[in-house]
Design a protein around this ligand. Structure first.
Ligand SMILES: [Zn+2]
Length: 433
């Protein structure tokens, strides 16, 4: 089947066309921010940069960075670049770590954001014949509203389910014949488990899932695809830069295309803050060149990834970002070693365990400890009698090979780890309590 695009002229533009567009939009955006955001203007002045110094993307590196701390400091209105009379919406982060981040949107901003989400749905094979079940949370969280708007633009019949209420999710999914599901990957796993338990597998018509808002491993992708009989696509975004749809996966499923007509991506060394050459692993930095109300320049995402301009079989020319190893917010430092929950998840799935696990980090006698609670499936549980210690030992050595440190493993009974309907709680760090 021929590849379909939502906005082909942008998604398949030549590199020259895209650079010309980015140059023009960046110059205008820097001027807009300079004129309307005193907070950022001051940062530019401190660095000795004025809008005249920015002639195109090759000058991007001259601009100062923004971090989450800036957003907290400027809360709530300090980075707003439009009069409130022109703003129609806010969205916000969950605020689990400190003060919330509030992002503002004009109607034009909402429109472009929904276009980005529509690109993701079309790239996942969505058309106006589809029934798209949006099971991300609605409200302040960007997941539900973003995908809802994108689904409307594509012309799908949209089921605005929001997260949770699994019985109702499954009823609508089967009664209305949902073909596309949008939710967190951990909730997709939970839905798959519930479908299996209720014997509904043959009533499910899903062909594609668009899963984001948390880091997930390639092993988890294969598991969800096998269990739900669909193709699982990754999607990336963050509240600060509008929400889901900053980058999206295509049929090749080898990374996410960044919507470069709206966002310029850079990779920097998080320690020296130097821009790294293409293909290097480092921290992802975004500059939004079309946002009116909340236009962040050089925003440090803290996500560690790699950009690639290798030709993609889907025909899109937009640069691709690899699946981030995990938000550096999610990264644990245990005994001086960087540990991402997604690495642990990969080991568990490779060894035949489900993605129901919890990582408990503690400090005992001034030394870090890490324990992984792993839930057994009913099948593993009934086969495990007398073998538990052996099975735990096997996982300990597999984890040691991946992480380089000793992690205690405890296999626990089926259903003993709480399920999540939104973002899963994978880590309990008692060192912070
Ligand atoms: Zn592609």
């Amino acid at each position: 089947m021929a590849e379909r695009y939502y906005q082909k002229d942008m998604e398949c533009a030549s590199r020259e066309e895209m650079v010309a567009l980015q140059n023009e939009r960046l110059v205008a955006q820097v001027k807009h921010v300079w004129d309307n955001v005193p907070y950022y203007r001051k940062k530019m002045e401190e660095k000795g940069v004025t809008p005249d110094d920015i002639k195109g993307i090759e000058d991007l590196h001259k601009l100062p960075f923004l971090t989450k701390d800036d957003l907290r400091e400027a809360y709530p209105y300090g980075l707003l670049a439009k009069p409130l009379a022109d703003c129609v919406r806010i969205q916000s982060t969950s605020g689990t770590t400190g003060k919330r981040v509030v992002a503002f949107y004009t109607q034009h901003d909402v429109d472009l954001w929904e276009d980005c989400c529509a690109r993701a749905i079309v790239a996942a094979g969505g058309t106006n014949e589809d029934v798209c079940q949006v099971a991300y949370g609605y409200g302040l969280f960007t997941g539900g509203p973003g995908m809802n708007g994108g689904s409307h633009k594509v012309g799908c019949l949209t089921l605005p389910m929001s997260s949770g209420n699994t019985d109702r999710q499954l009823q609508f999914m089967t009664d209305l014949g949902a073909t596309i599901i949008c939710c967190t990957p951990s909730y997709a796993e939970y839905l798959a488990e519930s479908i299996h338990e209720r014997g509904l597998r043959d009533q499910i018509k899903l062909k594609a899932g668009i899963f984001g808002a948390e880091a997930w491993s390639e092993e988890m992708r294969h598991d969800i695809e096998a269990q739900l009989g669909l193709k699982a696509y990754d999607i990336y975004g963050l509240t600060e830069t509008s929400g889901p749809g900053v980058a999206f996966e295509c049929s090749e499923q080898t990374g996410m295309h960044i919507n470069e007509d709206h966002f310029i991506a850079e990779i920097i060394d998080p320690d020296t803050l130097e821009v790294l050459p293409e293909g290097s692993q480092g921290e992802l930095v975004f500059t939004s060149i079309t946002k009116e109300a909340f236009p962040l320049l050089r925003y440090r995402t803290k996500d560690i990834t790699v950009l690639s301009r290798e030709k993609c079989s889907c025909g899109r020319t937009l640069v691709k970002m690899h699946k981030p190893m995990g938000r550096s917010d999610d990264m644990l430092i245990v005994k001086g070693v960087n540990v991402f929950p997604s690495q642990i998840e990969a080991v568990l799935l490779e060894n035949g365990y489900p993605a129901n696990y919890q990582i408990v980090v503690d400090r005992v006698n001034h030394s870090d400890t890490i324990e992984v609670l792993v839930e057994m499936t009913p099948e593993i549980f009934s086969d495990s009698l007398g073998h538990i210690t052996e099975m735990e030992k096997e996982l300990v050595s597999a984890l040691k090979a991946m992480l380089g440190i000793y992690a205690k493993v405890r296999l626990v009974e089926p259903k003993s780890i709480a399920r999540s309907e939104g973002k899963a709680v994978r880590v309990i760090d008692k060192r912070k309590i």
